[in-house]
Design a protein around this ligand. Sequence first.
Ligand code: SAM
Length: 280
Amino acid sequence: MGKASRDKRDIYYRKAKEEGWRARSAFKLLQIDEEFNIFDGVKRVVDLCAAPGSWSQVLSRKLYLPAKRSSDSKDGDVPLIVAIDLQPMAPIEGVIQVQGDITNARTAEVVIRHFDGCKADLVVCDGAPDVTGLHDMDEFVQSQLILAGLTIVTHVLKEGGKFIAKIFRGKDTSLLYCQLKLFFPIVTFAKPKSSRNSSIDCSSGWLEGPNKVYIPFLACGDLNGYDSDRSYPLPKDAQGSYRSLDPVQPPIAPPYKRALEMKKASSQGITELEKLSLES
Ligand code: SAM
């Protein structure tokens, strides 16, 4: 990652903490909304791969909380938000959490049950596999996650509904575009300004030969907002040094928890075997 991307990432981390977002990815969804008004008329929404929950926070703040605060809203008017992830996440007001795998067919049934058999107006999916660093492999696993999301979408999204998914740019992007075009009349690839330059999520690609297809590509995010091609100084305190902020919501059961426990135990000279006998 270059310096400009690192600086921009740090700015968004800080801004996310100041505004109470659990992750800076919140800005991606907000910038997509600025461009496409994705929340217009939305009453039921599904957040696939939601942990640690910044997109769910956006959904709660944009849809649930305003409707709840509105004095004349009845219970039936308050939007329903269902969030799914393999990992548990800390509660968010107005968000129903389901711990589950989006590649499992039963997940769609659980969502439909929460919506009382009705369909969703919007499905968002920010799924990312554990990245291996082998780009082709990561891109493939990521595209499988989107296809799993799309399978759920075909069951839970109403006709005319919207599907927002993070994709990794790569040579299969245009194949994905064609697959999505089978289900949606309009497919747009967009890169929110808050996503890193070095990040491989976003944009365009093409098939070769007669299948060649050019994909509409749109940059989104306020032109006055942070620009991924510039670097910014981090804000300093009165003493002239940068003060870091604590995370808004640390993960409650991160996959690396076990590794940390093992590292701690080994630094204390406790072997895994001894630890197990201590625990039993
Ligand atoms: N949108 C989230 C936010 O704003 O806080 C960040 C999502 S994070 C980039 C990717 C998430 O995908 C991880 O929490 C991971 O557990 C989840 N994930 C990956 N594979 C999944 C699967 N098969 N089913 C459900 N969640 C999955």
